[in-house]
Ligand binder design. Structure first.
Ligand SMILES: [Zn+2]
Length: 352
């Protein structure tokens, strides 16, 4: 019996080494160690052997079984590696080739595109594009813009503050960049500030993060007529030839006087009614659409940067600002501002 076990072990060892592939090896495993294998039968029959043979035969059969298991495992690992190598050689993929079919190339987000269009208009008018930090000091976001501590205007905007630093916040408007720019550049200054701003707001026309563009012009002899002309030029570039700009009295802490400005409705040509006589839904029959806020820079604001050359007795100017999402919604008929940030390609893909 012991000799037979040794024979099985030796023959099996040779067969395992010679197995050409994992499939053949698996067949060998069943034949050598399966339920009907000779070695299995021997192990199963040990109890029936004479008492004095049981120990030796049992030990030899078990050792043989363990050896064969180890040989099978090692050969399987070798074959796996060899077969993987072979597969890799055959399936080599050139990842630099275009996919099939080629995927469409991405495009600029509508908000970025709208921002750039506004920038282009203003750069054409001689303005410079300036950017600033989104995490801002209370001083730049409020105080230097004529919102002293406790001023009720601070309550107009729901602000995100940094918990551990109560004087640090996410800017609620792009206006702090005005102060930062005025601190380092003497007059005259003509600048436009695009960027993200943050307020605690979320509904169809508000998102906690949105984009503003604002403009600032300061020099000698700048008047409200210049503001009207600039707005008119800008709104025609954005909304089309022939559009008119209109200003209405309003309040902002950092401008005096302050206005809101409208553009004549581009859907009903300012008449408030559509061709079939029905009320224009875009301007709600008014003929004008609100676009943003503006005004003459409050001399108090210039007082904060007087040391940089902004003597309120000598220079003056205007500022205006608007939400980029609102412009994009108006121009493209998007009903919900939040869709811009859902990153749904079915929505974004419409605005190439
Ligand atoms: Zn209209």
């Amino acid at each position: 019996m012991l000799e037979r076990i040794e024979e099985i072990r030796s023959e099996a060892g040779t067969a395992i080494e010679a197995a050409p592939g994992t499939a053949e090896l698996e067949g060998l495993r069943v034949r050598l160690l399966g339920r009907k294998a000779e070695l299995t039968t021997i192990l199963r029959g040990i109890a029936d052997l004479p008492q004095r043979e049981r120990g030796k035969v049992g030990a030899a059969a078990n050792r043989a079984r363990q050896e064969l298991e180890a040989l099978l495992e090692r050969r399987a690992a070798d074959l796996d590696a060899a077969e993987l190598e072979a597969r890799l050689a055959v399936d080599r993929v050139d990842v630099t080739l275009p996919g099939a079919p080629a995927r469409p190339v991405g495009h600029i987000h509508l908000i970025t595109r709208t921002t750039r269009q506004i920038e282009d208009v203003m750069v054409g008018l001689g303005y410079r594009v300036v950017e600033g930090p989104e995490i801002e000091h209370d001083y730049y976001n409020f105080t230097a813009l004529n919102h002293p501590p406790g001023h009720p205007a601070r309550m107009l905007q729901d602000t995100f503050y940094v918990q551990s630093h109560p004087d640090v916040l996410l800017r609620t408007h792009t206006s702090p960049v005005q102060i930062r720019a005025l601190e380092v550049q003497p007059p005259p200054i003509f600048m436009i500030v695009p960027g993200k701003v943050y307020r605690r707001d979320s509904d169809a026309t508000h998102s906690p993060m949105f984009h503003q563009v604002e403009g600032l012009a300061i020099g000698e002899g700048i008047t409200m007529a210049d503001l009207q002309g600039t707005l008119s030029e800008m709104l025609q570039a954005i909304f089309g030839e022939g559009r008119e700009a209109r200003m209405r009295p309003h309040f902002f802490p950092f401008t005096e006087p302050s206005v809101e400005f409208d553009v004549s409705c581009f859907q009903c040509e300012g008449s408030g009614a559509l061709g079939d006589g029905s009320r224009c839904n875009l301007c709600k029959g008014i003929g004008w659409i609100e676009v943003g806020g503006a005004g003459m820079v409050d001399p108090t604001v210039l007082g904060f940067v007087e040391s940089s050359g902004y003597d309120p007795e000598r220079v003056q100017g205007f500022a205006f600002g608007m939400g980029v999402e609102r412009i994009a919604m108006l121009r493209h008929g998007v009903p919900d501002l939040r869709r811009f940030f859902d990153n749904d390609v079915r929505v974004l893909g419409q605005f190439r």
